[in-house]
Design a protein around this ligand. Structure first.
Ligand code: VGL
Ligand code: ZN
Length: 227
């Protein structure tokens, strides 16, 4: 049954009641942006910093991308985009094997991912310093503000849906910064996988995001209904 809070178009409706007993209902429209985090070859099986089952999120993210495209919600693709001597590389005393080197095959988006349109890509950690959040050292916040004017939006972008690789690094830090900036943030649990340097890292990351105000959601929570 369609409740009295239903709104025209696509509803984001929790199939299970949330903590306060209410169901979630959020319309995906031009005020809601999707952030597809680092779906790059190096984070997928066979890559330099492979996340277990990293490629499994590709078809799921493609569904979110199609949903946002058909609902008028902006889509942003982020990428880890390091110089060959990046400070996070073991060769430079950092914690990671060299990965996502600018222009390399490993830095390319997974070939099954619905590819970005021109202007939808945000690159980070493209100089010496490490950054896990896509709000750090990038123009992402500025771009989200600019979308408001380009789309003629009253109120601008209010909510961000964030999913991808990896839950315990770039997804988490991007979500936490987005919350600090005042966005409503939805963490896409079915579209994210963790590095899990320690096996419990994924769980801890989700716990932290949720405790700071993000909502954990999946495609199964999506329903399409009309008023
Ligand atoms: C990432 C480790 C190193 C990520 C990037 O995208 O989560 N993780 N660089
Ligand atoms: Zn990196």
């Amino acid at each position: 049954m369609v409740g009295r809070d239903s709104i025209q178009g696509i509803l984001f409706q929790g199939s299970t009641p949330r903590k306060n007993g209410t169901k979630l209902a959020i319309k995906i429209d031009s005020h809601t942006a999707l952030v597809v985090v680092d779906i790059q070859n190096d984070f997928c099986p066979g890559g330099a910093l492979a996340v277990a089952d990293g490629d499994k999120v590709v078809p799921v993210l493609n569904k979110y991308i199609q949903l946002f495209r058909s609902s008028g919600g902006p889509v942003i693709y982020t990428r880890d985009w390091h110089p060959p001597d990046h400070s996070s590389f073991k060769t430079q005393g950092g914690p990671w094997p060299p990965h996502c080197v600018q222009g390399s095959e490993g830095a390319k988006f997974h070939s099954d991912l619905l590819q970005p349109a021109e202007g939808e890509i945000v690159s980070k950690a493209d100089r010496k310093d490490e950054a896990y959040s896509f709000f750090q050292g990038t123009d992402l916040a500025h771009r989200l503000r600019r979308l408001k004017y380009r789309l003629g939006l009253r109120g601008g972008i209010r909510a961000l849906f964030v999913g991808g690789l990896a839950t315990d690094y770039c997804v988490k830090e991007t979500v936490l910064d987005a919350l600090k900036l005042g966005f409503q943030v939805y963490y896409l649990d079915d579209a994210s996988k963790a590095v899990n340097v320690k096996p419990e890292d994924s769980k801890l990351a989700v716990k932290e995001m949720v405790s700071k105000g993000a909502m954990e959601v999946s495609l199964a929570d999506l329903a399409s209904e009309s008023a």
